[in-house]
Design a protein around this ligand. Structure first.
Ligand code: SER
Length: 330
């Protein structure tokens, strides 16, 4: 399947289950001073979770542009040197606002991955928060216990920042090892076993003094890494080998006359991955109203722009070339 077909399949699957398809919010979170950039699909629904806002629907599905380059979620330094972190990525999400909860969320994520997308069941592992027996029991309907793992707050309690809506989560990981031996590699930070989908059960609000308050209702916030899912579906070891990134990389290759190298430590490969990643972040951020500058959000963008330009020079591209890549994204 192409990346476009994968995205559409996700939206259609949840629309058929009563979810309203809603647009991505801008990557610049106008109106939320706690964030420099939209870092998760749930940001635009924060008011609904806190009980201070309402929507005219209780189920939604979307694909959200997210930027993770500052604050609690910051992947900038990994980018270019691995196969699956990005400064900008799309997060496919389905949402319940005080409507369905764990049973449906887990059941539908299993059905989407194994029936709709036909991913092999024996390559899937689930993680649950250490005390979340309810999610553990639900997963037992779908997975053997050797594929269900308990982790603590670091991996299975999701928070958007220092304050805000949060709760325990259950993640789905995909095992790429040839002999299906990836169980011990879940959450080990290796590309052989990667997290593809996080289902968060939003129940609490973290206040500025660090305490957890119960929210008026319980909600579901899910986020699936679109570029990772494309890699898994297209049977690629690296997100950069999918149709999401290959056209950008091919363009850089043409400009500099060098071939893309997939080795993680090859300087030309690192440089082309950095450019392919950073041009997406810069383009979407600027299109959504941010500008490179001297402080705050603008300074973060300026650092990304400089980083991309530095790697372009490493490829021998001494003229300004980043702007030329924008046309490939359109
Ligand atoms: N909020 C969760 C995350 O960002 C799930 O969407 O991972």
């Amino acid at each position: 399947m192409t990346s476009r077909q994968i995205r559409q399949a996700f939206l259609d699957f949840f629309a058929a289950r009563g979810h309203r398809i809603v647009p991505s919010a801008p990557v610049v979170p106008h109106g939320d001073p706690t964030l420099l950039f939209t870092n998760a699909g749930m940001n635009q629904f924060k008011d609904v979770f806190l009980g201070t806002g309402k929507r005219e629907y209780t189920r939604a599905v979307d694909t959200q542009k997210c930027i993770r380059v500052s604050g609690k979620h910051n992947d900038l330094e990994e980018v270019g040197y691995d196969t699956y972190h990005h400064t900008l990525f799309e997060m496919l999400g389905n949402w319940s606002f005080g409507d369905y909860f764990k049973e449906e969320a887990i059941g539908w994520s299993w059905e989407f991955l194994t029936s709709e997308l036909q991913l092999p069941k024996d390559r899937l592992h689930a993680t649950v928060y250490r005390t979340d027996d309810e999610s553990y029991e639900i997963w037992k309907k779908y997975l053997p216990e050797s594929h269900i793992h308990r982790f603590d707050e670091k991996d299975n309690f999701w928070e958007m920042g220092d304050t805000g809506p949060c709760g325990p989560c259950t993640e789905i990981h995909f095992d790429r090892t040839p002999d299906l031996s990836g169980g011990p590699l879940v959450n080990a930070g290796v590309p052989e076993v990667i997290e593809i989908w996080n289902n968060v059960f939003i129940q609490y609000n973290r206040t500025s003094d660090g305490t957890l308050e119960d929210l008026p209702s319980r909600h579901v916030d899910t986020g699936m890494g679109f570029e990772r899912l494309c890699a898994v579906m297209q049977k690629k070891d690296s997100n950069y080998d999918t149709d999401v990134f290959q056209p950008i990389i091919a363009f850089t290759e043409d400009l500099c006359g060098k071939s893309y190298r997939t080795e993680l430590d090859h300087p030309d490969g690192v440089a082309m991955r950095v450019i392919a990643d950073h041009i997406r972040t810069l383009s979407f951020a600027i299109a959504d109203g941010a500008h490179p500058g001297n402080e705050g959000r603008g300074y973060v963008l300026r650092r990304i722009l400089r980083r991309a330009a530095r790697y372009a020079r490493n490829l021998g591209l001494t003229e300004p070339v980043l702007w030329k890549h924008v046309a490939i994204l359109c």
